[in-house]
Design a protein around this ligand. Structure first.
Ligand SMILES: [Zn+2]
Length: 110
């Protein structure tokens, strides 16, 4: 039986908030290889990988790569310029998002 990891719990938590869709483009995400956990507001520390109390967005591979290390508003501005439009609506704008609770043990020790 596959052990349920911290990452599995976080994935399960965040994907429910966007009803199984990419938080940016709204694409339906059908299997785990199709999407990543995206820090909505990435930290400058390169090795920081904590997720408790962070806003984590399920992002399809394409959106995740395109967003890179931008935060949500920087990504919005980037797309406005790229598409030459006045506003960008993300799927997450239609959702109610909560930061990852810190009740999940961050390591497999509890
Ligand atoms: Zn997407």
């Amino acid at each position: 039986m596959k052990k349920i990891t911290y990452h599995d719990k976080v994935r399960d938590y965040v994907i429910k908030q966007t009803h199984g869709r990419c938080g940016y483009c709204g694409k339906t995400l059908q299997n785990n290889s199709e999407w990543h956990l995206d820090h909505a507001n990435p930290r400058p520390r390169p090795k920081y990988n904590g997720m408790a109390n962070e806003l984590i967005i399920p992002a399809c591979v394409r959106c995740n790569i395109q967003k890179g290390h931008r935060n949500i508003e920087q990504y919005r501005e980037y797309l406005k310029g790229k598409r030459n439009v006045d506003s960008i609506t993300f799927y997450l704008d239609l959702c109610t998002l909560f930061p990852v609770p810190d009740i999940f043990p961050s390591r497999n020790n509890g």
